[in-house]
Design a protein around this ligand. Sequence first.
Ligand code: TNX
Length: 501
Amino acid sequence: MDRNNTFPIVPAPTKIAENQGPPLKLDAKVSVTTTTAAGQGVANYLADALAGMGISAAALAPGSPPEGTEIALDLTGDEHGPNADGLPGIGAESYQISITDAGAKISASAPAGLQHGATTLTHLLTQAEGTWSLPAVEITDSPRYSWRGLSLDIARSFSPLAEIKEIIDVLVDLKYNVLHLHLCDDQGWRLQIRSHPELTKISGNTAVEGGRSGFLTQADYIELIEYAAARHILVVPEIDVPGHTHALLHALPLADVGRKAPEPYTGIEVGFSELRLDDPTAVSILTDILAEVAELTPGPWIHIGGDEPLVIPGERYATSVATAEKLVRDSGKKAIGWNEFVRGSQHTETLIQHWDHRTELAALANAARRGHRVIMSPASHVYLDMKYTQDYPHGQDWAGLIEVADSYEWEPSADVPNLNPDQIIGVEATIWTEKIPTREAMLEMLLPRLAPIAEVAWSANPEGERSLGDLEPRLVAQAARWERKGWPFYRSPQVQWSSAE
Ligand code: TNX
């Protein structure tokens, strides 16, 4: 890791070598060129990022001759479609960078790789006496895991579209590629469903106590997916059943077999509600909802939840999960479920998202043996709604306090005993919003911890050993960038922030 530490890139690239030459000064006009139209989005992104720092930069159309200093985007392949997981894939996300004092070049086989190269360039910029420059280096880089995500709970407390887009900007800056949206829970329903307008009409107006209500119209949702896709981020919607369904039952009493949900729920308990998937009305409502979500969502996945079925008898839970999984598949998508989902899942294509160390560990290893792949979200390392310290004002602490080192010093392949590491598709952080009511609180919970988690997910480390000291100088450099962008972050006492400036 030492060599990578010389340059302030997070997550650390696979290989970086100095050219020994002088740096590339960006004091004259900069042209970001691209070989093909497919690179144009990244060219625009990079030119905007440079211009935002006061550099005179413009993205040119393919084939236009550069003026001044050239930063060239070289797309070397023409297979740009997503793979069966809806992701670019490791090859497509890989890139090379070459910088000399004459210019810079980013090469990749697909736009996603160009995007990551562009992000890396923005991390490499340093300013001296008013002039920005890039060091003369050669970089080769590719991700360890193909799935690197954040699960965002907009159900307990809502984040409006503009704030979700800002979170996407944060994700792009750390080379994440999945945004999982937790769209509904006991406290609220956040996506307009045309066939059941009551869902948002009623439960779009409710939220956890102290949290924000609201919802995404279908137009908002489409705009969000397009914003994410333009930045090579896949959106995975979650419709959590059969538990976590009080807001649905509250809005649609027809679906509530026992009619137990007349009042909105504003507390923070979990595991008390149930959508009865042995009831035909409930099943038909869920079918309608999933059909619309599937129609709106280009990606291949719908997350179906399945967590914390605390009041649901075991057999009924297993059958409900199998029903939900079948409905997702009938809608043309593949399912994802939280740990407990393994109790009923019938299809090994279903991804299992591991979150809870208290349950299903052996079952998870067995499920992986049968062929399920697993997303690693161990609560004690990546639950970013956990407080940093006991007296930190936001968040909860049921999975422990998570300081920056806790989110860095762990190894996905060693987290679940006997889990075949080849079945791990990647890592996903989560942020639940029972106790995170504002944009500022949200960003301060995400940053800095999203940075170490990005490195766990991206940077290969076969020995599985990490220590915060390796990350620290690079993290401090990110903090200076976050400040310029106006992104609040937590100044953890584990990090010497001042040495940055
Ligand atoms: C557990 S993680 C939950 C969520 C809560 C979260 C609070 C998971 C699958 N379920 O419903 O919001 O803890 O940290």
